[in-house]
Design a protein around this ligand. Structure first.
Ligand SMILES: [Zn+2]
Length: 428
């Protein structure tokens, strides 16, 4: 796919013509360099400060000193290591030696898995990689006394920031793609701003966005997209900005540059891809009882087994059967809020009374247990013990950045925010 000759291309959105931009970028790189992270990430950052382009392959000295030609084959259905050896004219005695050198699970081969090796002068295996993913493999190397040394090999991927911006003429996805932003990144972008902007209804021609996201590279080849580090969305002339921040405990979250949370304390809908089949209505004719009875929740029609998510962080106070509710989960969120999920087919195995749950965590599955006419989720939202319309109630914002995190957050936020300014500035 991509090779290192495309590398300078990833800087094309970089507003190098602006001196302020260059300063912002230097600050940004310094910040990136200072971020605490795994040793693998740090290795990349060191490379980045030395030289950004073309370092991906040069830095991988392991491959650079590889003396012999590397061969590879892909595991087919029904293959064992000996079948693969046979097919590639490799030594049968090496199969036995390698099989006893690697852990047992390395020999459970799956179709599509890649095996690569180099040969000795007499055609035997010098070194072999049983790949688990582009980043992880089981590696054996022939030793001087003709045995095989084993090691679990984890490569450090390089993460490079990418810069892009676009104005919406057709749709976010069409124009975003045209600006070179991968679809998955656009979906994540919509997820970050989804609390403030309804991407199905609110988007207008002339809306625009700027984004800093990571690309993941290995050996000069792009292998995937990483996180969105910062983004700005201008929707109907209102500007929203989001900065990704990983706190001291390693929890990532998005905040405004002022340190307010991008998300709310509750999801508006605890289920995806469902149709609202009955709304909150204090004078509804009950479909089973056939008389006027208040409907104090929102119903979502969905197939049996559709996952149901916890609407907010909280603690499970009930998980079991309860009369007309059937299988029901009740979650307490702080002192004031309670959510209830009824008619479930079953609970997620992690759910028990007293367990803590996180917003978005799957707690169970749609069913039709209790007094129910068909598969649906009955969802209730209570504030201070009073049932409220979950579709209309004003949802509280999640907590702002913690005090102890503030200095580090604001330092990063300032740098990333000025990078966003410069991306937009360079588009004008
Ligand atoms: Zn209902």
């Amino acid at each position: 796919m991509s090779t290192e000759k495309d590398l300078p291309g990833r800087l094309q959105f970089f507003p190098v013509t602006h001196i302020a931009g260059v300063i912002a970028i230097v600050v940004f790189l310094l910040i990136i360099f200072l971020l605490p992270s795994s040793s693998g990430d740090r290795r990349h950052k060191e490379q980045m400060t030395v030289s950004i382009p073309e370092s991906a392959t040069e830095a991988d000295t392991q491959d650079a000193i590889q003396p012999a030609k590397r061969e590879s084959d892909t595991i087919r259905s029904g293959d064992s290591l000996s079948v693969l050896f046979d097919r590639n004219n490799l030594s049968a005695s090496d199969v036995i030696a390698i099989a006893s050198a690697v852990p047992r699970e390395a020999l459970k081969l799956r179709p599509g898995q890649e095996i690569s090796w180099t040969r000795t002068a007499d055609g035997k295996v010098q070194e072999m990689d049983i790949q688990l993913s582009p980043l992880v493999s089981h590696r054996v190397t022939r030793t001087v006394d003709n045995e095989f040394a084993y090691r679990f090999d984890e490569k450090a991927a390089q993460r490079y920031p990418q810069y892009a911006s676009a104005t919406v003429n057709t749709s976010l996805f069409y124009d975003g793609n045209k600006a070179g932003v991968p679809e998955q990144v656009l979906i994540n972008l919509a997820g970050i701003f989804g609390w403030d902007i309804d991407f199905a209804l609110d988007i207008r021609k002339g809306d625009s966005f700027a984004i800093v996201y990571e690309e993941i590279w290995l050996n000069g080849e792009k292998i995937g997209n990483g996180e969105i580090l910062a983004a700005r969305f201008i929707n109907q002339e209102r500007t929203y900005s989001a900065i990704r921040y990983v706190d001291r405990l390693g929890n990532p979250s998005y905040y405004t540059p002022q340190g307010l949370s991008m998300r709310k304390e509750f999801l508006r809908n605890p289920i995806d891809f469902a149709r609202i089949s009955s709304r909150f209505n204090l004078r509804r004719k009950h479909p089973v009882l056939n008389k006027i009875r208040a409907h104090r929740g929102t119903d979502y029609a969905a197939p049996i087994g559709t996952p149901i998510k916890a609407a907010g962080d909280g603690k499970v106070t009930f998980a079991g059967r309860k009369g007309g509710y059937g299988n029901v989960i009740i979650i307490q969120h702080g002192a004031r809020y309670q959510t209830l999920y009824a008619h479930m087919n079953g609970f997620h195995r992690s759910i028990r009374r007293g367990r803590k749950v996180r917003q978005g965590q799957i707690i169970g599955y749609v069913g039709t247990t209790g007094m129910s006419t068909g598969p649906h989720l009955h969802y209730e939202f209570r504030v201070d013990g009073v049932h409220r319309d979950s579709l209309k109630v004003k949802l509280p914002k999640a907590k702002p950045i913690a005090k102890v995190e503030r200095p580090r957050f604001f330092e990063q936020a300032r740098a990333l925010n000025s990078v966003l300014d410069n991306i937009i500035e360079s588009e004008r």
